[in-house]
Design a protein around this ligand. Sequence first.
Ligand SMILES: O=C(O)C(=O)C[C@]1(C(=O)O)C=C[C@@H](O)C=C1
Length: 389
Amino acid sequence: MDSTACLRLPFLPARTSRSSSSPRRVPRAPSSIKCCAAADFSSLSISSASPRRPAVVNGVDGLAGPPVPVPDSPAPASRDLHWLPRPLTSADLMGTSGEGLKVAYQGCPGAYSEAAAKKAYPNCQTVPCEHFDTAFKAVENWLADRAVLPLENSLGGSIHRNFDLLLRHRLHIVGEVRLAVRHCLLANPGVKIENLKSAMSHPQALAQCENTLTDFGIEHREAVDDTAGAAKIVAEQKLQDTGAIASSLAAELYGLNVLAENIQDDKDNVTRFMMLAREPIIPRTDKPFKTSIVFSLEEGPGQLFKALGVFALREINLTKIESRPHKKRPLRIADDSFSTPSKQFDYLFYMDLEASMADPKTQNALGNLKEFATFLRVLGSYPTDVNEA
Ligand SMILES: O=C(O)C(=O)C[C@]1(C(=O)O)C=C[C@@H](O)C=C1
């Protein structure tokens, strides 16, 4: 990855990056929030160019991020009140353009994850990362403000690695974005479908196109880290018998021809991505929200039934359930007193609830679950993506 171009020195909030002992006069204020380069949080301002006292609100997800400065120098002699900060509106808090934000994704430029990052934060600066883990760390270490990572695909299923990483890291889910994935078969100029013996791509993309590839008579599959990375390899190595499955944008970027479009096995192919941040957002009840949780249970009959019951009883709809090995305790000794003790697999359950953490019903359900769960963590409460994928 060409990380040097994207991952620059960690930027810090104005509080730490600017000396507090150098007060500046506050000039007349523009009336709206202005975002500048993300590397300098201090340049996001409501009212002045002198950001010495950061507040805790940002302009995108609604929580900590670029600080909104409050001028603390005396009022100018004339009674011009424009220099005073205007009150924040909820539009400021929930703005979604992402101007000035650095958004980490896994893959090379032209990957679907980059398209998802741009869909989530249209004016952001995207930061390609080699691995999912790198994207998590980029946000944790302030090299990026958000990460946008795939969680599940309508044809290929869950991206298990990211479920595991959610627990290993301390980031919060602050949003979701669904992206329609339209795969293309790409090859070097002059290469025809009949010449192809192998298809190279991300394992999810290969899985999503399995039947079509077989119909094309392409027998071999080569898995790489991301779809755009496959296009890059095919182009750089001038491969003549291998095609890449990637986006039409990747074809443009790496100088490949599009041999076939829309080659996924079902035309409705949607990947759901999560948006991650260092801070959670403030949950609301005035629009559809989801809450993602992870928990583990005691061994025994009816435990999962009981866990599902806390939501069913309160009419909270579940949109997703996924079980993963309990990495800290993958096996446990089960002694049912009828046979010799045996080792059983232990699981973590990831669930998405169609509910906001701001709703007392959700809080009660989770309070109830906590009474018998052996572990429970809320991964985030965030607006449901209601837009067309
Ligand atoms: O390889 C890419 O382009 C990605 O963004 C990754 C990824 C995935 O992990 O599922 C994203 C969307 C598609 O489902 C295929 C691949």
